[in-house]
Write a protein that binds this ligand. Structure first.
Ligand code: FAD
Length: 483
């Protein structure tokens, strides 16, 4: 094989259903797999600490899978155009010129812009450029409403999406992949310094298997054992009711077409559980389409009238929330689950995020940054949409005046207090009646449970009704300002 194509891996860290590898095979070329760590390229949204942990293991897994096929992964660090042109020069020098660089399309605004530059630089050195879709069910350009505009409301988007013929996973005959005769220098994975220097990752390591086998098992187990119960269980954080596929989907260890096909193959799409689950996968799709059409929403409210919202930045309140010390057990359990395991249940994400932006009146961008650094599934599209949804400022958002009750939500979705007891163990001895509102417990009940409010567990950082009213007043002020 004389033709060489660089397969530039990014958020498509898998071999099956990888359109880049399929393209290499279609063109009968040898493949040079490359990963370039370029956090500078992502500006303010460079991968956070938990994401870097995941990335390390996902890359180790990918490198192992490639190695088994006789394909060494070339790892570089720094600007992609410099890394790629240096690899191109090395291959040319060794008499194996690179025909083109193939990669999966990305949607993060900084990366999209950067890709243009990379393409131009490659063009200057006579190397081609190819991009395919590894991350989405369907690309944003192919989905619009009857007026030709992007959907801003989820329900019609979902109806439209499920009416389209589903794209099957891309077939990759991996055994046919061949390495070129020359392979340029590579860094070791450890040189990328993705893992923490001071160990804080035990909880994350205990909660996840970030390997390719882990990705396959999580998908198979969910589709075979749990998808039918999804609708019933997905809102209960104390049970294992959701798929926990989000970090695998973010890194591309699993692609949405594979998820879609697996659910259909197991007959899951025909029952309530499977249907509801696929609609959640479609929320992810919606988030990516929104990011594509409205790239500035990563940092700014989508709707102008929220630009001058009277936030009350307070570093102490923000820190209490980050540490899971607000005095509201359901919120605190979520924030501690996040810190310990790098993930938080969706129901609790909504309640904890709402508590920050409404009861505490902190800018949603501060919450988004904290999630960004601590989530193993931190994803610019879904995180942006999630926070704008909670703040009421995004597409199809929850209206700002709808304010989650932080203990009522706990009583509804964690009625036995299992979730709170797991992550806020200092309250474990309280009876169910008070587990979500310890401030109402009589002294003798607190004493029996070994709880001293203000000492072993905080008093509520703000009284619920006062926080709610302050948020509504802030909204009213914004409305009047906007006229
Ligand atoms: C404030 C806030 C921030 C969020 N930040 C992120 C984030 O950074 N990364 C992320 O992947 N998700 C984010 N979400 C969405 C959601 O909480 C997670 O996708 C979900 O909890 C992941 O768990 P799971 O894989 O078990 O989900 P499941 O319930 O099993 O759903 C299956 C898949 O569908 C997608 N999905 C489900 N719900 C949503 C949703 N509301 N929005 C977008 N996609 C969804 C995910 O890819 C998920 O893996 C956020 C939600 C909120 C409210």
């Amino acid at each position: 094989m004389s033709k060489v194509i660089i397969a530039w891996f990014r958020q498509d860290l898998r071999i099956r259903d990888n359109p880049v590898l399929a393209e290499v095979l279609r063109r009968d070329a040898a493949v040079l797999p490359v990963y370039i760590h370029a956090p500078e390229e992502d500006g303010a949204w460079a991968p956070g600490a938990a994401s870097r942990w995941w990335l390390y293991h996902a890359l180790a897994g990918l490198a192992g899978d490639l190695e088994a096929l006789g394909l060494p992964l070339v790892i570089r660090r720094g600007s992609p155009e410099e890394a790629l042109t240096s690899i191109v020069a090395s291959m040319r020098g060794a008499g194996h010129p690179v025909d083109s660089v193939a990669c999966a399309r990305v949607y993060e605004p900084d990366r999209v812009q950067h890709d243009e530059q990379v393409r131009e630089v490659l063009d200057e050195v006579g190397v081609g450029w190819w991009q395919g879709n590894a991350s989405l069910l369907i690309e944003p350009e192919h989905v619009c409403n009857k007026s030709g505009d992007p959907f801003r409301v989820f329900t019609p988007f979902w109806k439209h999406l499920r009416g389209l013929p589903p794209e099957p996973p891309v077939a990759v005959d991996a055994d046919r992949l061949e390495a070129p005769d020359h392979v340029p220098d590579s860094l070791a994975l450890d040189d990328l310094e993705l893992l923490p220097t001071r160990s804080w990752d035990d909880g994350i390591a205990a909660a996840w298997d970030p390997s390719p086998a882990g990705a396959r098992t999580v998908l198979e187990d969910f589709v075979e054992e749990r998808v039918t119960a999804y609708k019933r269980c997905r809102d209960v954080p104390g049970v294992n009711g959701t798929s926990r596929l989000s970090p695998y989907l973010h890194s591309g260890q699993v692609g949405p077409r594979q998820v879609w096909a697996a659910v259909h193959a197991a007959g899951g799409a025909d029952n309530d559980g499977g249907f509801t689950f696929l609609s959640e996968v479609a929320w992810r799709e919606f988030a990516y389409h929104l990011l594509h059409h409205f790239p500035r929403t990563t940092d700014e409210p989508m709707y102008e009238k929220y630009r001058d919202f009277p936030w009350a930045p307070d570093p102490q309140a923000l820190q209490a929330w980050q540490k899971g010390r607000t005095g509201y057990p359901f919120v605190d359990a979520g924030m501690r689950q996040l810190w310990k395991t790098g993930w938080m249940h969706n129901r609790v994400r909504m309640v904890a995020a709402s508590f920050l932006v409404k009861h505490l009146l902190q800018p949603w961008q501060d919450g988004a940054r904290w999630f960004w650094d601590t989530l193993v599934d931190a994803d610019l599209a879904s995180n942006t949409m999630g926070w704008q949804w909670v703040a009421g400022s995004g597409a199809d958002a929850a209206p700002y005046f709808r304010i989650f009750n932080p203990f009522g939500q706990g009583e509804k979705f964690d009625p036995d207090g299992d979730y709170v007891r797991e992550f806020v163990p200092e309250l474990a001895g309280l009876p169910d009646k008070y587990i979500h509102r310890p401030w109402e417990a009589p002294d003798e009940v607190l004493a029996k449970a070994g709880v001293v409010l203000g000492e072993t567990y905080p008093e509520p950082i703000i009284e619920h009704r006062a926080g709610r009213q302050r948020a509504l007043d802030a909204l009213e002020a914004t409305r009047q300002q906007a006229g």
